[in-house]
Write a protein that binds this ligand. Structure first.
Ligand SMILES: *Cc1c(COP(=O)(O)O)cnc(C)c1O
Length: 417
């Protein structure tokens, strides 16, 4: 196949099956039944009962944490987590400079300051850069398990300990991923997850907060689950109980139909992740000798959820061929799901992070990041090519076809120069 000219230059494409080639989440008969049954049972649940309780119990036992609060989105879960952790005006929270913006944006709605820290060449939080950014106002550091590859949680836990910071997690890419056999989302004082459409565990739209800390749990409830749920769950003799009716005034509950969908998906998650691990390993092996393309390094302690497989593109090894042109060639070969990361990008490039004061009055004097302040995040972003990770045995041929398409584009890179 590598002998045929590039499809971009008129040759036979490596993949002839037309796309799309990847859809998520997989929808089974049990999902349809669960959602249909929920439609009859209840379409609004004001307390912790029915499918909301079922899903929260199942997630608590899956992660090995005491409390789960489901929410309408992952962004809402992050907002509730920060609010419940007591993050307030002027407080600083260290967030990796390379993530999806919602890891940090809720902080702007608490008057707090996201302090971006650069990542290392693998895209993980650079702890020495993070350490340099700590001030007397720093309250917490956020671990983001980007693309489902767990952060080094031993290093992060000791970093947080050493500096007296709260460790929080954004597990939105990493449902079911483990570090030393322990699930991401169970390391921090609290963790927030998205259950949005393409995430490893999906409700369509949804999210949740996980924590072992009962005080923090009550505050998560007060932040976004006011009235009945707060009245029933915060003990009457607790000093916060008198706020139960209004909570903090926001309503961020999950939709019961979304909860039913996620509850039906959850028992299949581990099977999907095992399938992804096998296919990701196979793709990495197939790409091992391909010039210009580097599979991610996976530490022995990490068992990723592979929300996507991030490959590092070294244009210098392919005569300086720009990544865009390489991707065009890969697409022309029929590997239409290969992509560059879009919204998951260096946060300092977003106008909101540069000049939050333009939209949010409390931030008039806020000095955002300056151009070039996060060189590694920018480099990693500019050199990442991502592939979907399939999970089924029927998908192996497609995965092989994708790696063959990439190998072909690399083998013929000189034709594109
Ligand atoms: C998707 C995502 C979010 C936001 O979740 P929504 O459910 O879309 O609100 C936050 N952080 C990360 C890392 C994400 O990938």
């Amino acid at each position: 196949m590598n002998d045929s000219p590039l499809a971009l230059l008129g040759g036979e494409p490596a993949i002839s099956v037309p796309g799309p080639h990847f859809a998520w989440p997989p929808i089974a008969e049990t999902d349809r039944e669960a959602v249909a049954a929920q439609l009859e049972a209840a379409v609004s649940i004001p307390d912790r009962s029915g499918v909301v309780a079922d899903l929260e119990d199942a997630l608590a036992s899956y992660l090995g944490v005491r409390h789960i609060v489901t929410t309408c989105t992952g962004t809402a879960a992050l907002h509730s987590m920060y609010a419940a952790a007591g993050i307030g005006p002027g407080d600083e929270v260290i967030v990796p400079a390379l993530t999806f913006h919602a890891t940090a944006t809720p902080l702007f709605h608490l008057g707090a300051h996201p302090v971006l820290a650069d990542v290392d060449s693998r895209g993980q939080l650079d702890l020495s850069d993070a350490a340099r950014r700590i001030t007397a106002r720093t309250q917490a550091v956020v671990a983001v398990h980007l693309w489902g590859l767990p952060e080094d949680m031993d290093a992060l836990a000791s970093f947080a300990d050493e500096h007296g910071l709260m460790l929080l997690e954004d597990g939105s890419h990493s449902h079911g991923a483990t570090w030393n056999s322990r699930r991401t989302g169970s390391f921090g004082t609290a963790a927030a997850f998205s259950l949005n459409g393409p995430k490893p565990l999906s409700a369509g739209e949804g999210g949740f907060v996980a924590t072992d800390d009962s005080e923090l749990y009550y505050r998560v409830l007060l932040h976004g689950q006011y009235n009945k749920r707060c009245r029933r769950e915060i003990p009457a003799d607790h000093p916060l109980a008198r706020f139960a009716v209004t909570g903090m005034g926001l309503k961020l509950r999950i939709h019961p139909l979304a909860a039913a969908f996620a509850r039906a998906q959850l028992p299949r998650l581990d099977g999907y992740l095992a399938g992804r691990l096998a296919i990701a390993a196979r793709m990495c092996e197939a790409l091992d000798d391909v010039p210009g393309v580097y599979p991610p390094y996976v530490p022995a302690s990490a068992r990723p959820a592979w929300y996507a497989l991030p490959l590092r593109y070294e244009s210098a090894e392919l005569g300086g061929l720009p990544i865009r042109r390489f991707l065009d060639a890969v697409h022309a070969e029929g590997a239409v799901e290969a992509d560059l990361p879009g919204a998951t990008c260096p946060l300092g490039t977003h106008p909101l992070f540069r000049r939050p004061g333009a939209l949010l009055p409390g931030y008039a004097g806020f000095q955002g990041p300056v151009a070039g302040e996060f060189p590694v995040a920018e480099h990693v972003h500019a050199t990442t090519l991502k592939l979907p990770v399939w999970h089924g045995e029927d998908d192996v041929r497609l995965a092989d076809a994708y790696t063959a398409a990439i190998a072909k584009a690399a083998a013929h890179a000189k034709d594109l120069l």
